[in-house]
Design a protein around this ligand. Sequence first.
Ligand code: GRF
Length: 197
Amino acid sequence: MLNIAVFASGRGSNLEALHRSLTARAAAARIVAVISNNSGSGALAFARANGIPALHLSRQRFDDDASFNTAMLGVLRAHATDLVVLAGYMKKLDASVVAAYRGRIINVHPALLPKYGGEGMYGMRVHEAVVAAGDAVSGATVHLVDEEYDRGRILLQDIVTVAPGETPESLAAKVLNVEHRILPEVVTMFAEGRIGL
Ligand code: GRF
């Protein structure tokens, strides 16, 4: 049974899609904890409503980085975490956490990395850049997380067309549908041993 800890800062639609997929597939994987830096996030509300441990973990509540990172590692270990999933988590994991779970942290990004990635490229900013560039296609990427934003090995991507007159908002909706499909697909690949832990 693969124990998954999900980090999310916002509404949690990727968390919800993952939970729905694992439940429907009766996959050998379960979400053992949802961690958010935002106490009012939809992600934490979803976790609570579904009996999943919901943990508000914010740097502001700690005296220094070291104690915050130690607490984060403690939470991951307390839930026997095998795989860390960043599903709309707006903070960068500390190198100590990346080191402890190297090769076992994945992130979903709303663009076709390596394009439109890196610090500051998130949410609507990504779709605005794609539309402004006049690209014909966009999409989503699931990749391994290392010490740099959006730079780890790409595990799965899928594309959407950028239609004439596409707006960043309409593109965001199309890309989100891809995210909701490919993130559970990659988690299932880990659960089935098709990606080595
Ligand atoms: C998604 O667009 C994802 O690509 C990005 O943050 C957003 C999370 O949305 N990392 P949600 O909270 O899963 O609905």
